[in-house]
Ligand binder design. Sequence first.
Ligand SMILES: Nc1ncnc2c1ncn2[C@@H]1O[C@H](COP(=O)(O)OP(=O)(O)OP(=O)(O)O)[C@@H](O)[C@H]1O
Ligand SMILES: [Mg+2]
Length: 241
Amino acid sequence: MSERVVGEWTLAPGSPQLVLQGVTRFYETGAETVRALGPLDLRIAAGEFVALMGPSGSGKSTALALFGALDTPSEGRVLLNGRDLAGLSLDALAALRRREIGFVFQEFNLLPGLTAIENVALPLELDGQPLRDARLQAAEAMESVGMATFADRFPEDLSGGEQQRVAIARAFVGPRTILLADEPTGALDSVTGEVVMRLLRAQCEKGRTVVLVTHDSTHAAWADRVLHLRDGQLVGLEGTP
Ligand SMILES: Nc1ncnc2c1ncn2[C@@H]1O[C@H](COP(=O)(O)OP(=O)(O)OP(=O)(O)O)[C@@H](O)[C@H]1O
Ligand SMILES: [Mg+2]
């Protein structure tokens, strides 16, 4: 099998992109310490599409935030593309979130004061790319989610499904190798949800890694592997491919 080049990274297919070793997340709530997740050992390979399922409160969003360096574990290590996130400075972590990781949430989270294409170009501009290059890449990303003709609309003039397609374009624009999606279809009807799943699957076919949190088993069926969390623990021995 040949290597795939995704953005500035060259990843051998099947090489571990995301590795969790003994990851635990505790929350202090008053006098109580709540274990939201772990201990969790997990390897997600480059180019894999993994669905994360489990009841409400089982730790899915907590896990996704740790995968994407939005949160830090109480114990254990998270390695992304071979680097221990604990060893990175705050600046390096911010750069990692702009360049390597894309997030998609249930609520779309587009900036209302920017047009669709400006939303998509923003992470590239924040990363210091010249405006023209950022716009060109954003236009390509908009095209690939079927939103080229909506580029100059503001989010409030788009349907929920259209906003989510823009949010997906924003999540993968640039050299991102991993997309983390937390209930991206939660606010959409089933037909529109299917469109979103097809877009995520297409990103995976292009060599990106996708981790999808979902309650919907028909959406989880798009994944290569389905992980089940219960009370912060993986059910079964599915952590290692
Ligand atoms: N900031 C916090 N402070 C205290 N406890 C928290 C905090 N965030 C999450 N928790 C707890 O951690 C556990 C896991 O929460 P998490 O949000 O990861 O669940 P989830 O699987 O994403 O649930 P849902 O399907 O409802 O989104 C829950 O018991 C939750 O109450
Ligand atoms: Mg959640």
